[in-house]
Design a protein around this ligand. Sequence first.
Ligand SMILES: [Zn+2]
Length: 475
Amino acid sequence: MEKSPLSTVDNAHKLMSSISHRILRLEYMDASEGEGRECRGITKGVSMRINNIHFEDRDDVRTVSGTVIWEDSDRPSQDVYFGVPQEFQEYLIGSAHPFILGSIVPAARSGERRIAIDGAICPHLTEGLMTAVAQFRQWYGQEFQMPHIEAVGSPIPVLADSGRSAASFLSGGIDSLALLRSNRLEYPPTHTGFIKHCVTVYGFDMGGKEGHSEALARMLDSLGRVTGEVNAQLMPVYTNVKSLNDGLEFWIYQFHGAALAAVAHSLAPIIRSISIAATYDLKNLKPWGSHPLIDPNYSSSDLTVQHVGIRLSRLAKTRLVADWETGLQNIRVCTQINSVLKASSNALNCGKCEKCIRTMTALVALGKLGACRVFPVNDVSKELLKSVVIESDYQQACYEELIEPLALKGRDDLVHAIKKLILTYRMKRSLKRLDQRLSGGKLLALKKTGFKRPDGLRPSRRRGSGDRRLTERHN
Ligand SMILES: [Zn+2]
């Protein structure tokens, strides 16, 4: 079923507009139903309720919505939705699974003691959720508490496999393109693991923000070319589930795997397995919101969630994409949406941010940047590389593996620039560790403020006031 990208963009904005004008109801559970408890000095709520799960048709979009009610007094209740264009309305399920998946990690992080949900939960999924939260607790400590799940509803029969297929998430980034390419190279069309649906999510990196409709249109147009070439169905899903807790670090380190799984479960009538592309390879694995120890726990008896690609380094994945003409011409790694929109009328990448430069340099190392039309330049200069600041061990690893292939191509200018970037990063990292050990990180924090004296120590220009402050301090 072929979709018009522009009509999909219209649908998304109608939906967002409808949601943004909705008045959020303030509902709080009766405090007598449970006892507040102290956790790291904060009085925690005692439970979360999820109810009123229902379908709605708004313009050309069908949604399944549910109301999430927090016990915490500073959070209003919230309607969470998952939506698809009406053409795909039969693919949307009204089960509790997407909602428990969308809320379990924010609830566990907030110390909710239980989640009362209207709807049955597959015991296989419940066990997985407990395992995932236990893993987060292992990584991040005591603040993660597994809420008791009180599901109200008759067990629902497991969906039949017939008519349901394998799917993957597709954003246009190297990880998801490499996953799709690898699937096409390794799975015959008759295999149950052959990806037939590619899910792209509106509501994670550009959803709900004004002015992003043009970027969304470009993305859908580009992804449509990819899925068209591999004969898969592109399925946009609109959701606001991220708004349950949209803190950046929480999203990256803890939440996004569960949110992706929630989206997949909302499409259970058409999907029997979903592949989430790995960010990190085995060599660089670290605690992350989507992880091989986490994602499979988000499976139910209806739907299997897989974390795919940990055997491949970033360069190996880039090579897979670069050797695939359609993939190469539709790479979208940039998240600097405003810069992309300013760059040109059909740009997908700004060509200036770290992620763009890292990908472009990898394509130079593979001899493919010159043939790639989705970046504003067809070569990387040492001056451009010098603008990069490496900020993580993973980024360091990504640049490090480019040194050898770049040297083989005679690009000593880029090799030297990368070595300098890595040296600078290692020096900063060593300094940071030393400062952490000696002062608990205070010296570098002080440096960031320009060694300004705290307000209480600043001399005043007013006559006498400095003396008064000193007096106050000594008292
Ligand atoms: Zn960029």
